[in-house]
Design a protein around this ligand. Structure first.
Ligand code: AMP
Ligand code: GLY
Length: 396
């Protein structure tokens, strides 16, 4: 079987690694490979947001299944594009329809979905340019901290949390009037600030059945001790030590099942991963956000913990038979430490040689911002490598 992975970060390397370790005979193709995947997957150079290029590669390489890593192609409708094309409609896509991807593509859509389906989340109100005076009044009548969210995708930067009402109003105006995030901030969701510890829940949904994958927690701040600027994610752990059976039960009953039932009831075409960002508010789990894909850097610790043959899981997802899969997880603790370029998440340089990777024996290395130049592996991005290690004892 020929399978195409769309995306070229450490998350997609982890997918390729897990599929490469399947007993099934799979030819893996990946877009714009890094040096990390060149030996396990065939690289296809293409613009992942150019759907005709993707179609051409699907036809040329006889691709039967497409696994979509990042959100933007999903939000732009790659799944519908493939399903509606008379030459490639038979190709399986692991990733939701454009309608389903609105759960990540529009904060307001996600909020309305949660409200309709009684899913616990922060109270909110949404505003646009014409209701800016109401938005300002709403901020003035509320207490800090103020949480402002651009409705549309903003590369992880669309959430602004400030303590001071004047700063909140300045940010609101920048978003609604000055289009700080382009059309993504034509609408702004202002929501209640929730206090608690965050974690990530990953669900695989075949349109009828779902499976909860190992829980994980990511760490987004650049500095030691969870301090400093926010990043795309500097590390992750799985399992999550504070997540007990009681809390997991609440998450499944109050959040996962209503989400799945909502998707079915509202006839939202959805086959793929659902990543639910959660916050535990004094024992009450609430949804911070939905993503319609796996998390990065969480995938790098979630996939190694899955005991099952990963292709069996993906095939079951494509044939609506996930209920036949008995998922088993390793109990070991996995951690992922992201190695980033100096200066990231602000300005950084590229092109520095990386040496010594061949000496790493006890950890798995997933590549993100790397390139092969003159037979040397060099840095080529902000987040460069994910180093994944495991042990039975979390304190070691
Ligand atoms: P999001 O892009 O929605 O995941 O938001 C980015 C980060 O902002 C989250 O990971 C949280 O740390 C924080 N955040 C978002 N919404 C809230 C909220 N209502 N209360 C507290 N923190 C929040
Ligand atoms: N780990 C957060 C994300 O993938 O969006």
């Amino acid at each position: 079987m020929n399978l195409l992975i769309i995306g070229s970060g450490a998350r997609e390397h982890a997918f390729a690694w897990k599929i490469f370790n399947s007993k099934q005979n799979v030819n893996i193709f990946i877009t714009n490979s890094t040096p990390g995947t060149i030996n396990i997957a065939k690289s296809i150079s293409l613009d992942i947001n150019n759907f005709s290029e993707i179609k051409r590669s699907i036809i040329i390489n006889n691709i039967e299944t497409v696994l979509v890593g990042p959100e933007i192609p999903l939000i732009n409708g790659i799944s519908d594009f493939i399903k509606n094309d008379k030459e490639i409609f038979h190709v399986n896509v692991i990733g939701p329809s454009k309608h389903g991807a609105k759960l990540e593509g529009s904060k307001e859509f996600a909020k309305l979905f949660m409200t309709r389906n009684n899913i616990p989340t922060a109270n909110y109100k949404s505003f646009n340019k014409s209701s800016i005076d109401d938005a300002i009044l709403f901020l003035k009548n509320n207490t800090p901290p103020y949480v402002l969210k651009a409705d549309g995708p903003a590369a992880g930067k669309g959430v602004i949390i400030v303590d001071n009402v004047n700063d909140a109003i300045i940010n609101l105006k920048e978003m609604l009037i000055d289009s700080k995030f382009g059309s993504s901030s034509n609408k702004v969701v202002i929501e209640e600030f929730l206090t608690g510890i965050e974690m990530s829940c990953f669900v695989l949904f075949d349109g009828t059945n779902y499976k909860i994958l190992p829980y994980a927690k990511d760490y987004k701040r650049i500095g030691e001790g969870d301090k400093g600027l926010n990043t795309g994610g500097m590390g992750s752990v799985s399992p999550v030590s504070f997540l007990d059976i009681n809390l997991k039960g609440k998450i499944e009953k109050q959040i996962v099942i209503p989400t799945i039932n909502g998707l079915i009831k509202e006839k939202i075409d959805y086959v793929g991963f659902i990543f639910i960002g959660l916050i535990n508010v004094d024992g009450f789990p609430k949804v911070i956000e939905y993503n319609v894909r796996m998390g990065d850097p969480e995938t790098q610790v979630v996939l190694p913990r899955i005991e099952n043959d990963f292709m069996e899981i993906l095939n079951a997802c494509c044939s609506q038979s996930l209920d036949q899969i008995d998922l088993q997880f390793k109990s070991e603790y996995y951690t992922n430490v992201v190695v980033a370029s100096g200066g990231y998440p602000e300005k950084y340089d590229k092109g520095f040689e990386i040496s010594g990777l061949e000496n790493v024996k006890d950890s798995i290395i997933f590549h993100a911002g790397t390139a092969l130049i003159d037979n040397k592996i060099v840095t080529n991005g902000g987040r460069v490598l994910s180093i994944v290690s495991s042990d039975n004892d979390m304190n070691k």
